[in-house]
Design a protein around this ligand. Sequence first.
Ligand code: AMP
Length: 549
Amino acid sequence: MNGLMQQRQLLISDLIEHAASNHSDQEIVSNLGDGNFHRYTWSAARRRSKQVANLIQSLGVSAGQRVATLAWNTHRHLELYYGVAGTGAVLTTVNPRLFAEQIVYILNHSGSTHVFFDVNLARLVAEIAPQCPHIQGFIALCEADQMPDMVVPGLACYESLMAGCSDVYTWPQLDENSASSMCYTSGTTGKPKGVLYSHRSTVLHAMSTCMADSFAISARDSFLLIVPMFHVNGWGVPYSSAMAGAKLVLPGSQLSGENVYSMLRDEKCTVSCGVPTVWMSLLEYAESVDSEQRRRDIVVTRVLSGGSAAPRRIIEKFEEYFGAYLCQAWGMTETSPVVTVNIPLPTHNDLTLDERFDLQMLAGRSLPGTEIAIFDDEGNRLPHDGHTTGQLKVRGPWIARAYYNHEDDAWDANDWFATGDMATLNADGYLKITDRAKDVIKSGGEWISSLDLESVALSHPAIEEAAVIGLRHSHWQERPLLIVVKRKGMDVTADEMLDHMRNNVAKWWLPDDVVFVDSLPHTATGKLYKVPLRKQFESFRFSTDVENA
Ligand code: AMP
């Protein structure tokens, strides 16, 4: 027997309709750089999104067709989020920090026909355009007098086109399973892979991130969206903030510690999201501000952190500087991205601050609708005991079931998607990422977590950044090498570093050597990039290796 409930489709256009109808005066603020800010409301954003819908239809874009962006977090990008997906076309957000050849690959592989780009990326666009013969138009996201001087096919000015487009448009009643947007994985090994989100997966994901034991986004929030909108739909915040009717603050490309601090202060932001590197720059800047002033300036209550593990000192400083809770979340491009969020349970009510910091080091518990579990190499489920490490798998309505036009064996017959992360789960269901599977260090048949070692190294005051890689050892098969960058003006020796590690990790986890470098390589999404590090140190031999004696 079927229920007698209406079969209305879950559509992205309904989110902006809701925000415009119920939170019409709530603001969207964009930092356009050079001290210029743009301000409008959710109701104006709806009008402009409808103009975008008319604009792309006038360009001949039809349902299912891909429209790409190379753009920072601004109101114009937000309008494209709604205007493109609302018509049934697919918004492909491309990360401008990727190598040019990866961008060319994504534009060609996705079959995008138009690219909307921010003017400060004009040089990149000019470089890639000749290699993307299927692109019919490049539209610069600017006013007529800001047009870049360049020659590319179908160059046009966004604001001039918008001026000629009506804001009358009726969103089509699409099938909720229609594709709405596409993001590519960062592809540190092999080609980037396209993840094709649907209206349904996007709306369900937004709903779950609004929940109280999740990002808890409400109409009383002012949300600073630092995560780039080209990275996994900006963690869905362009959608969830509309669903909640929150104020949305978009920082453009202005992500220095000082700029982030000013935006948090001036827009009275209550919540923000970003990767640990951004938080480190913010905290470094905040260090220079008087402690009482800091507390008055910043009213943020929670900062959401993901993309890589947050070091403990960031968690501690958010509490100390602003009285704010750093909430770790875990996810990936294939998972929309949010799957786990770290919120305490009633059993944690009596934790000391130190114990609460320990809890905050974990990546959180799975959101309703998603399932997570750890497995061994033979596909057997492993216990959730907080110390058994296994391959993390995930399934749910906002988890990808395939890549776009790319065969891959990451899925099994029961829909479990193998994330490539190694993890533990404790009895309360809290996830701890211990490594990317390919980074795990296998020493004498046991596994050593490079993330744990990095976390301990980072707790030394003289250490700015740390990476641990496993290198060949004649007896142990592999042993950890600790590679560190010192903080400016501070000094520490290898022996002092090892003493620090010795006090904090099991004896057999102790790195066999410490190497100091000026900087570490990063991916286009700001994560430590260990592939070139392993190459750089492939001929390194440990002083502890008898074969060297
Ligand atoms: P991406 O697809 O670029 O978003 O990267 C996803 C990967 O980032 C995951 O598979 C993890 O390896 C890593 N990651 C995301 N969140 C966390 C977290 N809270 N702690 C540790 N690693 C994380």
